[in-house]
Design a protein around this ligand. Structure first.
Ligand code: 5GP
Length: 480
């Protein structure tokens, strides 16, 4: 019969293994494992997992730690304890004196003195860490480290089981860990959204294959002594883009307060990249896909002309000349994203004076027949492995399409990729991808012509114009 602290360790492992075997939801299983670890060691504990970038750590479950500490900011895997990049346990005797603690002041304020981090390994790959935080100085023994390792292993089994249950690729040695490693992030999907617009936005992200987490992190903005008095929790974090997104689509009365919080956030955490979508931006995003309140407001017909045919031809000639100069002797593959690009592509390549290849691809759009995931309805035929690709776009709006297409082409082994777009609707950007060549900047309005359509009409206009606004309805009085 185990004695002393072994008794607690034994009990914790027994309970944790029962939880792994229980068929409970992953979140509940991880909570049991972390709680058991903390209680057995008379400490705080947390499970941190690498995000999709494999650079940041996110708290996925915790026990016995103050919120002010949990919400301290992003943890960089190579600056926080370093057990994740090295794959070796790290024991810190005094958090105030050790450079491997990323937030020593906040740790001290939370009453933490010693810390232990044990890598959480799935197959042969480190996916995160199990951490223990004590209020007294503790020299962790081999026995302590072995216990936390056993608990971390149980968490790894639970994560892998969950991935298998959802019929995702299990994390095998050398396999892709991103599915299993981000499983707790995916759990957020079952969390209830505060507003339907957030759920809609999550569906759009899913469609464009963009990994996201819902409200994964809060940032303290103001303190009174050691107490946090103001926090900001952005709605979404997109780990692959290292971008937070805040939707202010709820009450307009909250917008001023949100703007204030955002200003504070940017001042206190300048490294954080955050995009704010106002209600108007969100409604326009939906209108782009053909629904939402603004979709009905679009008129029919040609509105104000933004760029005449002569102006377009002049600008296209300039762009072609510059591309020919920049990529002479490189034989680029020009890839256009159909269908809006066909006029621009045809004019552009005919003005280029260097050898080149041309190919096209097409993808389905959100709001179409199947809006669950973007589909490549026509892929490129040319082998682009090791080639220079000039990606040619008609218009870049939110950046979702461009982001998806770039990822798709990069996966094919493109050596260098530059982006050339005729139009740039900058004000609406959500994913900020650098554009190397831009024809014209356009306002935040729906444009048509020169290949660009509205419900398949107007592609054959030789100029670029706004879609006209609907004429106000004339209300006729009926006879009494
Ligand atoms: P993004 O994914 O950047 O939001 O949108 C890119 C695609 O949306 C473009 O390739 C184009 O098909 C469509 N798009 C965006 N803005 C406009 C616009 O003002 N007019 C038209 N006709 N299409 C647009």
């Amino acid at each position: 019969m185990p004695v002393g602290k072994e008794r607690y360790y034994y009990k914790a492992v027994r309970r944790a293994s029962a939880a792994v075997n229980s068929g409970l939801e992953l979140k509940a299983v991880l909570a049991t494992i972390v709680r058991g670890t903390a209680r057995a060691m008379n400490a705080g504990a947390s499970l941190v997992l690498l995000d999709a970038t494999k650079k940041k750590l996110i708290h996925s479950a915790s026990w016995g730690l103050p919120q002010s500490y949990l919400r301290k900011g992003i943890m960089d895997a190579d600056r926080s304890l370093t057990e994740v990049p090295t794959g070796q346990p790290v024991a810190i005797l005094d958090v105030a004196q050790d450079s491997r603690v990323q937030y020593p002041d906040l740790a001290r304020k939370a009453g933490i003195v010693s810390m232990l981090g044990v890598p959480l390994t799935i197959g042969a790959t480190v996916a995160g860490s199990m951490r223990v935080y004590t209020r007294q100085t503790v020299e962790f023994s081999n026995q302590d480290i072995n216990f936390v390792t056993a608990m971390a292993n149980l968490a790894a089994v639970a994560i892998n089981n969950d991935a298998l249950r959802q019929q995702k690729t299990p994390a095998e040695p050398g396999g892709d860990l991103s599915e299993a490693g981000t499983a707790p992030l995916r759990q957020a999907r079952s969390a209830s959204f505060a507003h339907p617009s957030e759920e809609e936005f999550a569906q759009i992200l899913d469609f464009y294959n963009i990994e996201w987490a819902y409200e994964p992190q809060s940032f303290p903005l103001a303190w009174e002594g050691e107490r946090v008095t103001e926090m900001f929790t952005p709605d979404f974090y997109l780990p692959g883009l290292e971008l937070y997104v805040e939707l202010t689509t709820m009450k307009q009365s909250l917008v001023t307060e949100k703007n204030h919080k955002l200003r504070c956030l940017r001042e206190l955490y300048p490294e954080i990249n955050i995009t704010l979508l106002y209600k108007k931006d969100f409604d326009r995003l939906l209108a782009k896909f053909g629904y939402g309140p603004l979709a009905q407001e679009r008129g029919q017909g040609v509105g104000e002309i933004l760029h005449s045919s002569a102006e377009i031809q002049r600008r296209v000639r300039e762009m072609a000349k510059k591309l020919s100069k920049d990529y002479a002797n490189r034989r680029p593959v020009m890839i256009g994203v159909l269908r809006g690009v066909f006029c621009f592509m045809a004019d552009l390549i005919r003005q280029m004076t260097i050898p080149l290849d041309v190919d096209f691809m097409a993808i389905s759009y959100y709001g179409g027949e199947d809006s669950t995931i973007v589909k490549i309805t026509k892929d490129i035929d040319i082998n682009v492995d090791g080639r220079l690709v000039i990606l040619v776009e008609d218009i870049v709006d939110t950046g979702f399409t461009l982001n998806f297409v770039i990822n798709h082409l990069k996966a094919k082994g493109v050596a260098e990729l530059v982006v050339c777009t005729l139009l740039d609707k900058r004000t609406r950007r959500i994913i900020d991808i650098p554009l190397d060549y831009v024809g014209f900047k356009v306002p935040d309005e729906f444009v048509i012509g020169y290949g660009l359509d509205y419900r398949e009409e107007y592609r054959n206009l030789p100029f670029i114009s706004l879609l006209s606004k609907p004429s106000p309805l004339k209300i006729r009085r009926g006879k009494r």
